[in-house]
Design a protein around this ligand. Structure first.
Ligand SMILES: CC(C)(COP(=O)(O)OP(=O)(O)OC[C@H]1O[C@@H](n2cnc3c(N)ncnc32)[C@H](O)[C@@H]1OP(=O)(O)O)[C@@H](O)C(=O)NCCC(=O)NCCS
Length: 253
């Protein structure tokens, strides 16, 4: 059984006001597109742009993927050395990298939006390639799809016409993310390619990127501050317990 068949998770026959299945759609055309409904149902998660400062965290995140995930992400079971090389070689000037951090500031999901070196080939649509990984414990919460939406916004705003994903045909979750966003998926044996035509940028997409970027920055600074406060509290608690132990030793308590 496909556990993802009914996105609303409702029993059969139950009223499903937000169901995306065509057979349960209202006969009167809904003013809201299905993909818009899907986005509303997802909680907003801040996505931060990554820079070369985050290289070590990117490496740590990717090294945390098990062999099968590395195979799905890179098309082969990349070794630790190959992952380190990939992290070292990331070009933050040409490409864009995005990440989602948890409260402890661990990078739990990241995406790589790779722009080809020669972007403007006359007569050919400008393409960008999307690659993503989510830590195993953070899966199934919409983070992969959230990063895909974020990449769409950024790619549009940079004049990209087609977003491209190369995935193994067995990678149901990745292909589902792409299909949900409207991509055409072409399967060639064990490999599949998903292509999503992007609309041109507009004021909404430009402002959307700005607002998202600022909100993610505030979120990160807030988490960083909370993290520092937590470390100070831990240090004070540690010092207090050391003093208490020392005092017990001298009998002065
Ligand atoms: C692919 C990957 C990024 C998905 O991340 P995720 O955060 O778990 O995905 P989401 O929670 O956003 O789910 C996206 C969609 O896939 C579906 N899905 C998630 N896991 C699934 C699974 N194991 N099987 C089938 N569908 C699945 C979700 O239900 C959702 O569809 P819906 O919105 O229609 O319900 C993650 O599994 C991963 O990191 N895999 C290893 C690396 C990889 O495969 N990268 C992609 C190649 S570049």
């Amino acid at each position: 059984m496909d556990p993802h068949a009914d996105p609303a998770g409702l029993p059969e026959g139950a009223p499903a006001p937000f169901s995306l299945k065509p057979e349960t759609a209202p006969t009167v055309a809904s003013p809201i597109a299905p993909d818009a409904i899907r986005k509303v149902r997802r909680t907003w998660v801040p996505v931060r742009s990554l820079t070369s400062r985050h290289r070590a965290r990117i490496r740590a995140h990717l090294l945390g993927l098990d062999e099968h995930d590395r195979y799905l992400r890179f098309g082969f079971a990349a070794s630790d050395a190959q992952i380190s090389h990939y992290a070292d070689a990331l070009d933050f000037e040409r490409d864009e990298l995005f990440g989602i951090f948890n409260r402890r500031l661990d990078l739990i999901a990241m995406a790589h939006l790779a722009y080809p070196p020669a972007q403007a080939v006359p007569g050919k649509p400008a393409l960008a390639e999307f690659g993503v990984s989510v830590s195993s414990r953070a899966r199934g919460q919409g983070l992969g799809a959230r990063l895909f939406d974020h990449a769409i916004l950024h790619a549009r705003n940079r004049g990209i016409q087609t977003l491209f994903v190369q995935a193994l045909s067995e990678n149901t979750a990745m292909l589902r993310i792409a299909r949900n966003a409207g991509a055409k998926v072409v399967r060639e044996g064990p490999e599949s390619e998903a292509c999503l035509d992007l609309p041109p940028d507009n004021l909404v997409s430009q402002v959307g990127e700005m607002v998202e970027g600022q909100a993610a920055e505030w979120d990160y600074q807030f988490k960083a501050h909370a993290h520092r406060v937590h470390n100070v509290i831990e240090a004070i608690a540690g010092a207090k317990s050391e003093i208490a132990t020392a005092l017990r030793g001298t009998g002065d308590e």
